[in-house]
Design a protein around this ligand. Sequence first.
Ligand SMILES: *Cc1c(COP(=O)(O)O)cnc(C)c1O
Length: 378
Amino acid sequence: MIYADNAATTKISPAAKQAMLDCMEEYWGNPSSLYTLGQKASSCLLNARETIATCLGAAPGEIYFTSGGSESDNQAILSAAHSGAAKGKKHLISTGIEHHAVLRTLEHLGTKGFDITLLPVGTDGILDARDVAAAIRPDTALVTVMSSNNEIGTLQPIEEISRICREKGVIFHTDAVQSAGHLPVDVRKSGMDMLSLSAHKFHGPRGVGVLYVRKGIPLEPLIYGGSQERGKRAGTENLPAIAGMAAALKEATERLDSTIPYVTGLRNQLIEGLSEIPGSRLNGCVQSRLPGNVSFCFDNIEGEMLLLLLNQRGIAASSGSACASGSLEPSHVLRALGYSPELAKSALRLTLSESNTKEEIAEIIKNVREIVEYLRNI
Ligand SMILES: *Cc1c(COP(=O)(O)O)cnc(C)c1O
């Protein structure tokens, strides 16, 4: 099988798996217990927190462990909305191309009296930071803009948006789930107040993530109970998953210097090959793009059929986001780029990792070309 759906999830790395096994076999106590076994677990938790903080340029006290990207996004947005509302600020700003973990949370707040502005992006899938500056009002509580898009891979100008929000005294959150472990992430340099990431998008385990919250930014719990995570996220820590995530992020971060050029090379090879298919178009900006993301639309093609036939030939790909497949709705991201519903439904997303090879890319190009021709002829 050729796996080209790394934006949906990634295969766990041997280092992450080993860290999880070590935890389950040796550090299986409850980190809150006072006896030695508990304290061993507690120091394992501390190590993981320090490792992750180092990878992100944060302090350990700014790291909160969660159940993944969706929970981190929910907590960041709900917390900022509620602390804003307490000061009479009920305006929230985001974009039309966010992940549903962000969009649905904002939609929910919209039914609770919050005013939501969803900024449009250009046809290249990139937000103009000046639009953020223009949209901020005296009652704006939060700006949330993803670092990189999960469907079309476009990178957003988050450093500029951070600067604008800082100047205007507005909290800035970014969903960095697709960036963490794939591009350098430095919260001090980039200046965001809150950042979400998820382990299973960078070869860590499923069901675990991080919410980074800058010191001094208020954080409200989403889950109430015990005093884990400094009272901000109750529940006995999922230590094996947390240790696995730390090992995966450390490994991914240390290898960026080699993985970024390698994966970018594969991506460019794939973009070139697919561009030669008549009636094909690349979705999103070609330069400002995640190293492993290739997203195409094809005139007069049903994306679902393309995926099924690729699967028959042993190629795992996706139409857009894994969460949206199975639904008949065309991608909200491609619609936001101005695509017709028909064109949006022809989308093919191929997301690569360092495990892919040049030979696999050539194989993908050959198969997509043949299937597109076949589907247009029937
Ligand atoms: C996968 C993903 C999420 C959700 O993360 P989970 O850990 O699966 O909940 C959120 N945002 C983006 C951009 C994603 O790609």
